[in-house]
Design a protein. Structure first.
Length: 335
């Protein structure tokens, strides 16, 4: 259960002067962080898109996720803040969310900003735009509106930090990539609190900063043409990541093939998506690459029919791909 923290928005265009302009830098930006805050930990690989949910053996995505980025104006309208309860994955707190959860997702992106010799500046060079705030506790939503030409971010991370992103955290790294300080957390802070958090904690002698942002993207979809033995084809849209069987059942497609025989017993009957009855088998006419690979059990059961897939074991939009998938329902009934 989540609670939206904002019913209205307060636009306020601001440039992060404290963090990019030598003529505007104030002393808090260069305060040394107390030694007790220093810590060391192994540096993990940075991803161009969030991938923590993938198994370690999963190959890198073949799709550039930036093709799904929403326009800046859409991001301004879609960002929201939500109070979320504690789970096994996160603490209770206020987190960035999205208004249109059906079609839009908040992805996590990590970037490296390096202090460029050509800039002669200790600032980040990021322009910010507050789209919600004005609360006494400092809670708000601040997004990136641009990068300062010639600044450190523009010089070393221009392709990674984009307008519409919202800063989540910053970590100072040493030359070997180890985290040098506790993260500077900026998620769901208004403009003033964001500037205060960064300016008061960012050391002047930083060389590399890992910046984590959240980015709004539309959810990729696959157009699926369903071909039936006796009826006219029907086209539906399925989001990447959805289970094929479940997606079709939710949309009213009947899958129970009366001619199917269970792999485990040889009888009939629905196994409840266990992958043993084969009543949900479909024949792939086009777009097999848009489905997740077969597991060993599915390969054994369907080895005599290489074009067949168990809908209960197939995920649509494998590796976040979009495209057109054509399948035949109840292939045993086709003449």
């Amino acid at each position: 259960m989540s609670t939206s923290y904002f019913s209205s928005r307060r636009p306020l265009l601001c440039s992060l002067l404290l963090l990019f302009s030598n003529s505007h830098i104030v002393s808090p930006l260069y305060l040394t962080i107390p030694s007790q805050r220093r810590r060391w930990q192994p540096f993990s690989v940075l991803y161009s898109s969030s991938s923590s949910s993938k198994p370690p053996s999963e190959p890198a995505a073949v799709v550039d996720m930036n093709v799904y980025n929403v326009p800046y104006e859409t991001a301004v309208e879609q960002w929201t803040a939500e109070l979320l309860p504690q789970t096994a994955m996160q603490e209770e707190g206020i987190y960035l969310g999205v208004r249109d959860k059906k079609n839009t997702m908040a992805d996590t992106v990590s970037c490296l900003i390096r202090k460029a010799p050509s800039t002669n500046s200790g600032g980040l060079g990021i322009e910010l735009f507050e789209i919600a705030g004005g609360r006494q506790d400092g809670v708000g939503i601040t997004i990136v509106s641009g990068l300062v030409p010639g600044g450190n971010a523009a010089a070393t991370a221009a392709a990674c930090i984009l307008p519409g992103d919202s800063l989540v955290s910053l970590e100072v790294l040493d030359p070997q990539g180890k985290v040098f300080f506790d993260p500077i957390v900026t998620e769901c802070l208004g403009y003033d609190k964001t500037v205060e958090a960064i300016a008061s904690q960012l050391p002047s002698d930083w060389q590399i900063i890992k910046v984590t942002v959240k980015r709004l993207r539309r959810k990729p979809k696959v157009t699926v043409e369903l071909q039936f033995p006796q009826d006219e084809p029907v086209s539906i849209e399925i989001f990447a990541g959805e289970n094929l069987r479940r997606a079709m059942l939710v949309r009213g497609v009947k899958l129970n093939d009366e001619l199917a025989r269970r792999f485990d017993s040889g009888g009939s009957g629905n196994c409840g998506a266990e992958g043993t009855c084969a009543t949900c088998v479909v024949s792939v006419v086009q777009g097999a690459h848009l489905l997740s690979p077969q597991g060993l059990q599915e390969q054994q059961i369907l080895q005599k029919n290489p074009r067949w897939r168990m809908a209960c074991k197939a995920t649509v939009g494998y590796r976040q791909q979009e495209g057109q998938l054509k399948i035949r329902i109840n292939p045993r009934q086709w003449v």
